[in-house]
Design a protein around this ligand. Structure first.
Ligand code: IPM
Ligand code: MG
Length: 357
């Protein structure tokens, strides 16, 4: 089969890690007889430099015309002082909205080989954990009305959160279905003791839970959830939450696995086309130095094979190769913790993964 993939390398370490994932996909293509055609498009800071806009029209069109999208990361200090609507991050929100990708799946599992890299106490990580965050991605406060105005104490800024029944139901549906395919446990995380959007969210999740009697459903307040994640991550299977809470909790969930450099994500809508990206950022401090960990992007490419192209055997082949490389003790700098071993570079660990495919 032939698959057209739009590549959004972006900024910072984005190009390095996307190049690694492309090598992995090419090898998988050769092994299983698929052709992956890659077309690069600009996004983020590099797009601002080249065109003046963080998300050029051509990029949106190219993504819409592709079978799926692989993204590196966007942003960096060079563009940090631009006004909000011209920032690289705006492009990320924009492309998610343009492709109607309302679901963001962020799995966080502890690799046995990386237990030592987790900042959690040994007795907490001993038995491992494997959870899936289902984050709402195109609504809530990141997309609400915002601005500046004169307030009671003078000039002020505001952001607003709105969630419609439709938006909550559709993400809830994905979460319950995801739970059905896993351990059938779902925790919905909100701030219903304060926020009206959370109260509607909770009401709807409760209604939906009646349709899924097999799923063990519960609610948790977000502040408690932040604590529970470090106290006992094993209690979680699937988590469903709003855009902002999911943004925050997924960084926390990733760090307890050992490194944010490991975590993949997929953003999905109602079609097979998805946007796959590591959950980490553009790491400007190490950009261009061949130090980045490409695993999160490589695992994102595996998710693309599974969710967009229904190539689960090929996806598993990549995931197993990553497992073996870690089992053999190969580490990029982020995975070394305090040890003084010499880390592998981005291209070196990519080579190791290619050898295992
Ligand atoms: C993420 C990032 C983005 C988000 C930013 C860069 C807009 O933090 O993908 O988690 O908040 O979604
Ligand atoms: Mg984030």
């Amino acid at each position: 089969m032939n698959y057209n993939i739009a590549l959004l390398k972006g900024d910072g370490i984005g190009p390095e890690i996307v190049d690694s994932a492309v090598k992995v996909l090419e090898k998988i293509g050769a092994k299983y007889n698929h052709t992956f055609n890659f077309t690069p498009y600009l996004i983020g800071g590099c797009a601002i430099d080249a065109t003046g806009a963080p998300l050029p029209e051509e990029t949106v069109k190219g993504c819409l015309a592709s079978d799926s999208v692989l993204l590196g990361a966007v942003g960096g200090p060079k563009w940090d002082t631009l006004p909000g609507n011209l920032r690289p991050e705006k492009a990320l929100l924009g492309i998610r909205a343009a492709l109607e990708l309302f679901t963001n799946l962020r799995p966080a599992k502890l690799y046995p080989a990386l237990k030592g890299a987790s900042p959690l106490r040994a007795d907490i990580v001993e038995k491992g954990f494997d959870l899936m965050i289902v984050r709402e991605l195109t609504g809530g406060i990141y997309f609400g009305e915002r601005g500046r105005r004169d307030g009671k104490y003078g000039p002020e800024a505001y952001d607003t959160e709105a969630y419609s029944r439709m938006e909550i139901e559709r993400i809830g549906r994905v979460a319950f279905e995801t739970a059905m395919k896993r351990d059938k446990k779902l925790v919905s995380i909100d701030k219903a003791n304060v926020l009206e959007t959370s109260r509607l969210w909770r009401e709807i999740m409760h209604e939906m839970s009646k349709e899924y009697p097999e799923v063990e459903y519960s609610d948790m307040l977000v502040d408690n959830a932040a604590m529970q994640l470090v106290k006992n991550p094993r209690q979680f299977d699937v988590i469903v939450t709003s855009n902002m809470f999911g943004d925050i909790l997924s960084d926390e969930a990733s760090q307890i696995t050992g490194s944010i450099g490991m975590l993949a994500s997929s953003s999905l809508g109602n079609t097979k086309r998805g946007l796959y990206e590591p959950i980490h950022g553009s790491a400007p401090d190490i950009a261009g130095q061949n130090k980045a960990n490409p695993i999160a992007t490589i695992l994102s490419a595996a998710m693309m094979l599974r969710y967009s192209f229904d190539l689960s055997e090929e996806a598993k082949c990549i995931e197993d190769a990553v497992d073996r490389v870690l089992e053999k003790g190969y580490r990029t700098a982020d995975l070394l913790g305090g040890s003084n071993e010499t880390p592998l570079t981005c291209t070196e660990i990519t080579e190791k993964i290619l050898e295992e495919l």
